[in-house]
Design a protein. Structure first.
Lengths: 294, 517
């Protein structure tokens, strides 16, 4: 039931969604702060609930408006700009984490192991990567507060498999997109479904890897700068894969309901850009964290 | 489509209208300006005389921290976002912002974030006391228990800024009226387009910085802990990679405002429009590659010091282009000195002083003397207050008649200007002397030789504070009972689409886009 496109730009009526979403975020922020310092997680969960409900309702509204033909081409261009710049902001966030990794490896660690800094503060510390012996261990030995990991993840097992999985998922997603452009619904759904399954498989292996790191390798968030950068980079990437998988799953369900057509599929396209972005970040991770980090 | 303003409080809570949202941003910013100003008054009252009189040192540190945070994130940034909301759709002939509901979300996050931030004042251990730059390990190992609330408040403020900026970019790139090419846009829209780009680029960097702090405090990571192989200096690099573009985020829209006011009251078009655009872009580009000039005393290699020194000095070139263009716009103009113009001229003079002290600070060897002294405080208040706040005040006087269809009291406006101008200079000019003489910033007490200028500075600060009360009175009395004006063009020399719509601007404007020749 696609109505004809509106010629004027759609300026929505008054809406309760934004203010509720804002309050949800505020409650969540407050709750997260309390929870992180060891308090109850209740407020945080209430915030998540408010936020989740508001966002669900918000996205439903936008989809409904689109189905009712209220969105013209110009509005869709606004969506495209918005998603593009959102992904750019995400790229900047990862850039900070990558930049920190490079700074530590190339500058900070060598500086800690030379000259008066080494003599006076961290006597006997030698820079190396992966950093098994932290400056603290070099000085205090077994009594050190911050200890390095015993071993690290071998890039050529699970990480390699995960690399292949994610790269394959980018291809399957592209095939799905091509099918959608030809309006072939069935292959679209199949290939998109395969992509979602690949995403979930990736996450499964990632969890496996974390369990191995924590249980067998002594590689944790607290094991010096190696553990810090390893888990923060892979962890935030994993969180983004989770979100991306969820986004694609929603698009799959929408596809099942027959929402998309070859020239009207912004929800799917935005999710797919996001997915490709997350894949590119992984390639960076695989090279700089796993391969060059071992 | 022609839904008008709803009745009651719901109009504001649930609005999707760029003018309503702009108004809310402006009032929010104004109230935060008074909150941050109150903190400043506490600081200046304590520093009125040497010794400890009013507050204890820990509370003094909370005041300096909260003053900075509230003014930067609560007062100045939202003020310009408010102006952007009101004026950009009017200036480019758009029916509203590109994504009106997200626009309202961007706003409503702010009060929530500042409730979380301000609540830390009442928590055990007090509010953040590590300075608005929250250097590790002050903000990690030695932070008060409330630091987590500060972190998450900053997180959602960042989300608000990113959404607001995305909205502005989408509006400017996608919603311009037919014929309104990029190089025909008013400078205010241009400066905001570039500012929004800066925000989208660096707000995630701030998010990264606070995330790392959060992890170091609560989850045992070693980003800023040398014992685990991290480095506290890394924090400064990350922070200033955000922080330097951030100061241009604050000043670029101010440039835009000045570029609107000066031509109007000089009755001449802006001199060198395209060079203004390129200069703004150049400043934005340079802002990404100069950050470590905030860190000359941290122990960088000499090559780093030299690079950051020279790169920083380059900024003086595009900034100089702007200043000369404003002056040349006034040259042989038919100038009249209404209140907005007074603020604009004061901006050009005082901002230039702030710019010059910036060049002084950029000299790495000299900075070793100035670093973390009141000279720095004087420098950035010349750009933040006499720059951003003066331009924001000028903007309010300039566009207030268009917003509410009433004229402010010109005599009162001029009194307010002179009080603010004189008060500001008495407050901050002596701080240059204090800094050169070696008085460190962020201390609750000082040695006796600094007493005289501190007293002078405090007197000036109180004067400046009083001027803001006068501004509030002038705005309120205008909105409630000012003389009605209906001319579309409030100022005879004003140009641009915003002056073609009726006064006061109707709830919906440009529902069908105008044709721009």
């Amino acid at each position: 039931m696609m109505a004809t496109e509106s010629s004027t730009y759609y300026v929505p009526e008054q809406s309760k969604l934004p203010v509720v979403t804002g309050i949800g975020l505020g409650v969540m922020a407050w709750g997260a702060a309390t929870w992180a310092k060891g308090g109850s997680s209740m407020v945080f969960l209430v915030g998540v609930l408010i936020l989740g409900t508001a966002l669900f309702s918000w996205f439903s509204t936008v989809i409904r408006e689109n189905r009712a033909g209220l969105t013209n081409d110009q509005l869709k261009r606004s969506y495209v700009w918005a998603m593009t710049w959102f992904i750019f902001s995400e790229a900047m966030f990862f850039a900070v984490l990558f930049g920190s990794l490079f700074y530590v490896r190339v500058l900070a660690l060598p500086w800690l192991s030379e000259g008066p800094t080494q003599e006076l503060l961290w006597n006997g510390f030698e820079a190396s990567w992966p950093l098994f012996v932290t400056p603290d261990m070099a000085v205090a030995g077994e009594a050190a507060r911050v200890k390095g990991p015993d071993a690290i993840i071998d890039p050529w097992h699970l990480p390699l498999i995960n690399t292949l999985i994610l790269m394959a998922s980018s291809v399957t997603l592209h095939v799905a997109h091509t099918a959608l452009k030809k309006n072939s619904r069935k292959p679209f759904l199949i290939w998109l479904g395969i992509t979602v399954v690949l995403g979930i498989t990736f996450l499964f292996f990632q969890v496996e890897e974390y369990i191995e790191a924590y249980r067998e390798l002594g590689l944790t968030l607290g094991s010096g700068i190696y553990g810090t950068t390893f888990f923060m980079l892979t962890g935030f990437h994993g969180a983004h894969v989770t979100l991306g998988t969820f986004m694609l799953l929603v698009q799959w369900l929408r596809g099942l309901k027959g929402h998309f057509s070859h020239d009207d599929a912004f929800g799917f396209e935005a999710s797919s850009w996001y997915w490709h972005f997350v894949d590119v970040v992984w390639v960076g991770l695989f090279i700089f964290v796993y391969v060059l980090g071992s | 489509m022609a839904h008008g303003p709803a009745k009651g409080i719901g109009r504001w809570l649930f609005t999707t209208n760029h003018k309503d949202i702009g108004t809310m941003y402006l009032w929010f910013s104004f109230s935060m300006f008074f909150l941050g100003g109150f903190f400043a008054m506490v600081i200046r009252a304590e520093l009125f005389a040497p010794g400890m009189q009013l507050v204890d040192p820990n509370f003094f540190n909370q005041m300096t921290t909260m003053h900075g945070l509230v003014m930067v994130f609560g007062a100045i940034m939202p003020a310009f976002v408010g102006l952007a909301n009101w004026m950009i759709p009017l200036q480019i002939g758009a029916p509203d912002m590109a994504l009106p509901r997200m626009n309202n979300l961007s706003f409503w996050i702010l009060p929530c974030a500042f409730i979380v931030l301000a609540s830390t004042l009442f928590m055990e251990g007090g509010a953040p006391n590590f300075g608005w730059t929250f250097y590790a390990p002050l903000s990690t190992t030695y932070a008060p228990a409330s630091v987590n609330y500060f972190i998450f408040a900053l997180h959602i403020m960042g989300a608000s800024s990113i959404m607001g900026s995305i909205n502005i970019i989408a509006t400017i790139l996608n919603m311009r009226a037919p014929g309104m090419t990029l190089m025909k846009m008013p400078m205010f829209a241009w400066t905001w387009l570039i500012t929004a780009f800066l925000l989208v680029a660096v707000m995630p960097v701030l998010a990264g910085a606070v995330t790392m702090i959060l992890m170091d405090i609560n989850f045992g990571t070693s980003f800023f802990d040398a014992a685990g192989g991290g480095d506290p200096v890394l924090f400064q690099h990350v922070f200033w990679f955000f922080g330097h573009p951030e100061v241009y985020i604050i000043i670029l829209p101010a440039f835009g405002v000045i570029s609107a006011i000066i031509p109007t009251f000089s009755r001449k078009p802006l001199f060198g429009y395209s060079s203004m655009v390129y200069a703004t872009a150049a400043i934005a580009f340079l802002s990404f590659i100069v950050w470590a000039h905030h860190m000359f005393t941290v122990g960088m290699p000499i090559a780093g010091e030299l690079y950051f020194m020279y790169a920083t000095m380059l900024i003086a070139v595009p900034t100089g282009v702007k200043v000369f263009n404003w002056v040349t716009t006034m040259f042989r103009g038919s100038i009249s000195l209404e209140t907005p113009m007074l603020f604009a001229i004061a901006f050009v003079i005082l901002f230039t002083i702030g710019g010059f002290t910036g060049v002084m600070l950029a000299l790495a060897p000299a900075d070793i003397q100035y670093h973390d002294t009141y000279f720095v405080v004087a420098h950035f208040h010349y750009v933040m207050v006499a720059g951003a706040v003066f331009s924001g005040t000028g903007a309010v006087y300039y566009w207030l008649p268009k917003w509410c269809g009433r004229m402010y009291n010109e005599a009162l406006g001029k009194v307010q200007f002179w009080l603010a101008f004189i008060g500001f200079n008495i407050a901050f000019f002596p701080q240059h002397f204090l800094g050169l003489a070696g008085m460190p910033r962020r201390y609750a007490d000082y040695s006796l030789q600094f007493a005289d200028w501190n007293m002078v500075s405090s007197v000036g600060a109180f004067m400046y504070g009083a001027a803001q009360v006068l501004l509030l009175y002038n705005v309120l009395s205008t909105v409630i009972a000012g003389k009605k004006v209906t001319e579309p063009k409030t100022w005879e020399g004003a140009e641009g689409l915003e002056w073609t719509v009726p006064t006061p601007a109707p709830y919906h404007t440009f529902t069908t886009p105008p044709e721009v020749k």
